[in-house]
Design a protein around this ligand. Structure first.
Ligand code: GLA
Length: 338
């Protein structure tokens, strides 16, 4: 029997930047999709790892991508059809990750599936790109590589600085006296039901106006005539700077500065990227007034999902309890366990 684990992720800073080649700083968490399987002739899987618990058989001889309407089956078909030679397996996927909470349950699922179907775990970049392409194919959502980079490259106790343009991730230690709390806003959603694709298209138009992210300045963003594109460009450019500043703050063990950057990030996601909700705004406001909370922001795509808070270790349990959240542990990335 073989066991594969693919964790979810929480993004500490850097949202709505990856699809225009920007930076982000996520970490894998201690909630995960686990696959347990043996070799078989076909792909025979059961799952509680998506919103649609299902038993599933995929005859390896046939490519039926698109035939099955449910997300879970489309994910399996997408991964299998994009792999050179998926192997036959009989087994089961289970999850401790909430679905639609902004913690990358779909990316964890596709990465677990790819490793289950025999993708070489040593080809980490290939795994990231395969998982991204599979999810795009299965859901139709033009998502970036942030989630997959975090899930594949994370190390315990570290965050990853991911560069979506280079498709790379480098790890930075998270100071020992800091804890991460994730709180669900109460609104679960699938990205395909949100304006995510529209935001990506707007950001692409905005970045084309300033000639790309590499050299763009806030002054360039403010010179864009169309107000909406001006805001979208300003979000990407300032958020990219905040990711670099957050990595520096962690290196200096400057929790105050890290928290201030998270609050600035949330304000930018609310006003310039326009991806927040009233519930997320209220949650971030309430969190930020609590003793021991350095900063908070929405995490991931927004439009619902979760908020993340950076807190002092000694108040983490109390904050999680008060807000109905959960302390998450920065964890190792996806792996074949046995
Ligand atoms: C989702 C996508 C990511 C990224 C975030 C927003 O999680 O899957 O690629 O765009 O939203 O930062």
């Amino acid at each position: 029997m073989t066991v594969v684990v693919a964790p979810g992720r929480v993004n500490l800073i850097g949202d709505h930047t990856d699809y225009v080649g920007g930076l982000a700083m996520p970490c894998a968490i201690d909630l995960a999709v686990t696959a347990t399987f043996d070799a078989a002739d076909d792909i025979e899987l059961t799952s509680d790892a998506t919103a649609e618990p299902a038993a599933f058989t995929f005859p390896l001889a046939e490519d039926q991508l698109g035939v099955e309407p449910t997300t879970w089956r489309r994910l399996v078909y997408a991964v299998a059809s994009l792999m050179d030679a998926p192997r036959g397996v009989r087994g089961r996927l289970t999850t401790t990750l909430p679905i639609g909470a902004g913690l990358s349950s779909s990316a964890a699922c596709t990465i677990a599936l790819a490793l289950t179907l025999g993708f070489d775990p040593a080809d980490r970049r290939g795994l990231v790109l395969l998982a991204q392409a599979s999810e795009q194919k299965a859901t139709g959502v033009p998502s970036g590589v942030l989630d997959q980079l975090a899930i594949v490259y994370s190390e315990a106790g570290h965050a990853c600085v991911v560069d979506a343009n280079a498709v790379t991730a480098t790890t930075v230690p998270i100071p020992d006296d800091l804890a991460i709390v994730v709180i669900h806003s109460g609104h679960a959603r699938a990205l395909s039901d949100t304006p995510y694709a529209q935001r990506r298209a707007e950001a692409e138009r905005a970045m084309a106006e300033v000639g790309g992210l590499a050299d763009a300045t806030v002054a360039d963003a403010l010179a864009i005539p169309e107000p909406l594109l001006r805001r979208r460009a300003r979000h990407v450019i300032t958020e990219n700077h905040r990711v670099q500043a957050m990595a520096d703050a962690f290196a200096r063990n400057d929790a105050k500065q890290a928290g201030a950057l998270m609050l600035e990030s949330h304000a930018s996601l609310r006003k310039d990227a326009e991806v927040s909700t009233k519930d997320l705004d209220q949650l971030v406001d309430a969190l930020s007034t609590r003793r021991g909370v350095y900063g908070a922001r929405l995490t991931g795509a927004g439009f619902g999902g979760s908020a993340v808070a950076l807190v002092a270790v000694d108040v983490a349990g109390e904050i999680a309890g008060t807000f109905g959240g959960r302390v998450v542990i920065p964890s190792a990335g996806a792996r074949v366990v046995s």
